[in-house]
Design a protein around this ligand. Structure first.
Ligand SMILES: [Mg+2]
Length: 406
């Protein structure tokens, strides 16, 4: 094989839903939607049987029920998903050390440096599928190509349970008829921009110069221009870069107006952000806090004179935006993000602007208890009661590093 690079993209099929079907025979062959908790309103993922009815990730369960009345709601089990993901990634790490964990259920494997060990990439792909199936009993799709974006595109072509090999020439040919939105990284905004330049399908991209995208979106734009033509010079990202932010959000019931509950949700998100920073030894002085209504987002940026990773301090900032909620229309979503976090230097602030040590001690003690006894519910009394927010696993979850949080 005379490819410059050999990249495999491994994508688990309907990952969370497949795990639920695997563990409960009654769900096999049935339309299943996974939501956060027994009453979660938003679908995190759904089985292929549900997809056949037009049910999609991100859809409200009530809307899915209209499309597919027999759909079964299954509450998510993040710890099980994290454990399964870890096992899958360990299998891939044994195939080649050059691996990029792209999301909780997707990874790139670069075989370029180990092509002498293996007879062919197709054989490796078959081997990976067998190993994953025998270990965790789940199906996956694998795309094999000369670069990352084409491997990812190839993996999408045969779902579920397929293997697709595309060389650069074939990739360019096949891509022509696909919409630009099929490419990884083309957001709604970029799609709009491209459509305004008469670019709808990947084949149309040749009609505009690369500079149009480059001037508007920089390197991201230039990469998309190349991707549409089967090219991609991006290499695998293996190192765990320092975090740019720590964020937690929650989709509420539409038009939530209960002041008490809204405050509790905000407090909960603040605590989650704070806790994740503490576990990873980070703190921040910049916070972006907001809520979404049917009319869109209302977001505020806050900057403190000192760094913190204490939930109550962050919540005090949140109060400045909670007071702006219009309770006639209510809210649909809440988001709390710490931006630009920095590693704790563990030095005392001479001017006394940091938290008092009592609060810090309480936080640390609670973190130790939670880490040791996962099922113990202990915390601020203000958080007890109605809001029993289930654990959530983010798509960016990783088996190692600071993204490792359920
Ligand atoms: Mg997947």
């Amino acid at each position: 094989m005379n490819w410059k690079k050999i990249i495999l993209h491994i994508d688990m099929n309907a990952f969370f839903a497949s795990i639920e079907q695997r563990d409960d025979h009654a769900l096999q062959g049935k339309p299943v939607a996974v939501t956060n908790g027994q009453h979660g309103s938003c679908i995190i993922t759904c089985s292929y049987e549900a997809r056949a009815f037009g049910v999609k990730t991100g859809m409200r369960f009530s809307d899915a029920k209209l499309l597919c009345p027999k759909i079964i709601r299954k509450s998510s089990n993040p710890k099980k998903y994290a454990e399964t993901s870890t096992r899958i990634m360990r299998i891939l790490q044994n195939i080649s050390p050059d691996i990029e964990i792209f999301s909780v259920d997707e990874a790139f494997v670069d075989l370029t440096n180990c092509k002498k060990i293996y007879s062919s990439p197709l054989n490796v792909a078959c081997f990976i599928k067998d190993r994953i199936y025998s270990d965790v009993c789940l199906p996956c799709s694998i795309g094999i190509s000369e670069n990352k974006s084409m491997a990812k595109f190839a993996a999408k072509l045969k779902k579920p349970d397929g293997i697709t090999v595309l060389n650069a020439q074939q990739a360019k040919q096949v891509l022509q008829k696909y919409l630009v939105t099929e490419l990884c990284g083309v957001s709604k905004g970029i799609q709009k921009f491209l459509n305004a330049h008469n670019v709808y399908k990947c084949g149309d991209m040749r009609k505009i110069p690369i500079s149009i995208l480059g001037n508007r979106y920089g390197n991201v734009g230039r990469r998309i221009w190349l991707m549409a033509q089967g090219l991609d010079y991006d290499s695998l990202k293996q190192e765990n870069k320092p975090p740019k932010s720590f964020g937690h959000g929650k989709v509420t019931m539409p038009g939530l107006k209960d002041v008490h509950l809204i405050k509790k949700i905000f407090r909960h998100m603040c605590e989650k952000v704070a806790k994740r920073m503490r576990i990873n030894n980070y703190e921040s002085n910049k916070y972006i806090i907001g809520f979404k209504t049917r009319n869109g987002w209302c977001i505020k940026n806050f900057q403190l004179a000192y760094y913190t990773n204490n939930g109550s301090t962050i919540y005090k900032l949140a109060e400045n935006i909670i007071c702006e909620i219009n309770y006639n229309i209510g809210i649909n979503q809440v988001q709390v993000t710490a931006s630009n976090p920095k590693l704790l230097d563990l030095q005392y602030d001479l001017f006394g602007n940091t938290l008092n040590s009592k609060e810090q001690k309480i936080d640390n003690a609670l973190d130790v208890i939670h880490q040791k006894f996962a099922n113990v519910k202990i915390g601020s009394a203000r958080l007890l009661g109605e809001i029993n927010s289930p654990d959530v696993i983010s798509p960016s979850w990783r088996p190692d590093g600071w993204k490792r949080s359920v």
